[in-house]
Design a protein around this ligand. Structure first.
Ligand SMILES: [Zn+2]
Length: 479
């Protein structure tokens, strides 16, 4: 955790020196709102930090859940052309935050504290509201900063502040950026507007709008859900009595809506509890929840218990929980990847391969199964098989960086240098790191072990990447 905060703070405070060549001079930024293109450029800068951040949780199941939920909500929002990227931050505090250009972070603590998917959707809808109303961009533009460097830097300061308020604010107070946090806290009008958009998103996405009000209560009860959690959402999006009255008035006439139950929320919540904190404590938590019948979904408790047991190397215990799940719950992609993970932990490649095949037959798009099966092939030294699988699945996830990294490893195992560097370059490109992508593509071009076609492809790609890296140096986006 410390590491990211420091790197972000360094990035945001010292960025003007380090990035002076990479970023354009935007000239007079006294315009009240940034153009969509400028917002997207800032978002790309932020994503570059997000993609390399240790604070960010990259679990394919949890990430896909949040991204799918976020996209579903955004598609029910007022601006369907807005770009979004949702990610999960490993942080126990109850919070979510939006940055310019549609980058939205959701703390694990928020997911754990929400009682149901509607409550989580309410907070995410609120953040989407800040994005589509361009609150952050407006505030930033008002700061009359004359370059994109400071705009992106400020956004990153916010990311670090949200991820670790104590540490970041202590560091920020001691610097000239100390006032940034304060300046960028939302105003009451912004909060009201975001609530309004959030409620209308809940409504049209088929959620219970009363969840908005019930989550306010959840947050005010605060810390009882997660040890050491603080409802920082209250600080960054203050809930005033005025705001509660406003939300209550808006939802007063809407009926309670029964939202069809989906197990995904409970499973994601259980998985977060199972993989964070101390494994032994997670095991005890699930065991006592099951014993005291304290749950919305019993199978999610057994699932969480199995995941936590696997962390401790208790393969037999996890197997027993999986058997309970198989006997009592409908099938689910999470259970399929759990089954495969158990065989991997048992160090039984034959059974693991069977489990991956069985899982992918039912859930061909499960990213966890695809990753796991490809890693399995690499582990048992069958890189060709890994490549076949990845080539087959890649069209489902064209922006996925990790699949390219796996391909790069597979090519390296086969001694194919051009293809390995090319794949690694494509991975960096998808991590928003164009300079590193360029570096790898250059290595690919110079590796000299490709055929004529492979050589022409990497040469063309090198040219494209060079143009992308050079582009920001030219001024005039604003014109
Ligand atoms: Zn807010």
């Amino acid at each position: 955790m410390m590491k990211l905060v420091y790197s972000l703070l360094l990035f945001s405070f010292f960025a003007p020196l380090a990035l002076a060549d990479d970023l354009p001079d935007l000239g007079d930024a006294s315009a009240t709102v940034l153009s969509p293109l400028d917002e997207k450029k800032i978002a790309d800068q932020i994503m570059r930090s997000v993609m390399s951040s240790e604070e960010v949780l990259y679990d394919p199941e949890i990430t896909d859940y949040i991204q799918n939920l976020g996209m579903r909500l955004a598609s029910n929002g007022p601006d369907k052309t807005q770009w979004f990227n949702f990610f999960v931050v490993k942080d126990n505090s109850i919070n979510a935050f939006a940055m310019p250009g549609g980058v939205v972070g959701v703390h694990t603590g928020l997911i754990v504290a929400a009682s149901n998917e509607s409550e989580l959707a309410g907070v995410m809808g609120h953040e989407i509201g800040h994005v589509v109303q361009h609150h952050m961009a407006r505030m930033m533009a008002q700061q009359k900063n004359d370059s994109l460097i400071s705009l992106a830097g400020m956004a990153l300061a916010i990311l670090s502040a949200r991820a670790n308020p104590q540490l970041a604010s202590a560091a920020m107070t001691a610097s000239s950026a100390g006032s940034v946090q304060k300046q960028l806290d939302y105003t009451r009008d912004h909060e009201r507007e975001a609530d309004r958009v959030g409620i209308s998103i809940l409504e049209s996405a088929g959620y219970d709008t009363h969840a908005m009000a019930s989550f306010f209560e959840t947050m005010q009860k605060g810390t009882r859900y997660v040890e050491g959690s603080a409802p920082t959402f209250l600080r960054t999006h203050p809930i005033t009595s005025e705001r509660i009255a406003d939300v209550s008035a808006r939802i007063a006439n809407s009926k309670y809506r029964m939202v069809p139950y989906s197990p995904d929320f409970d499973l994601v919540r259980a998985k977060i509890l199972a993989i964070s904190g101390i494994a032994n404590q997670a095991v005890s938590l699930f065991q006592s929840n099951i014993q005291d019948r304290r749950y919305t979904s019993e199978s999610a408790q057994h699932y969480g218990l199995a995941v936590a047991m696997l962390r401790l190397g208790n393969v037999d215990g996890a197997t027993k929980e999986l058997s309970w799940i198989r006997a009592n719950a409908p099938s689910h992609p999470f259970f399929a990847s759990l089954a495969a993970n158990i065989e991997v932990a048992r160090d039984n490649p034959t059974q693991a391969a069977k489990a991956y095949q069985a899982g992918l037959a039912i859930y061909p798009g499960s990213r966890a199964l695809i990753y796991g099966y490809a890693e399995h092939f690499l582990r048992i030294r069958q890189p060709q098989q890994a490549l076949q699988l990845l080539n087959e699945k890649q069209s489902l996830y064209p922006t996925d960086a990790y699949m390219y990294e796996l391909k790069s490893k597979a090519y390296a195992a086969l001694g194919k240098n051009l293809l390995s560097h090319q794949a690694q370059g494509e991975a960096y490109f998808r991590r928003y790191n164009n300079p590193k992508a360029l570096e790898q593509m250059d290595l690919a071009v110079r590796s000299g072990d490709g055929d004529f076609y492979q050589q022409s492809i990497v040469e063309a790609r090198l040219k494209e990447l060079r143009a992308l890296v050079d582009e920001p140096k030219k001024s005039g986006w604003f014109k």
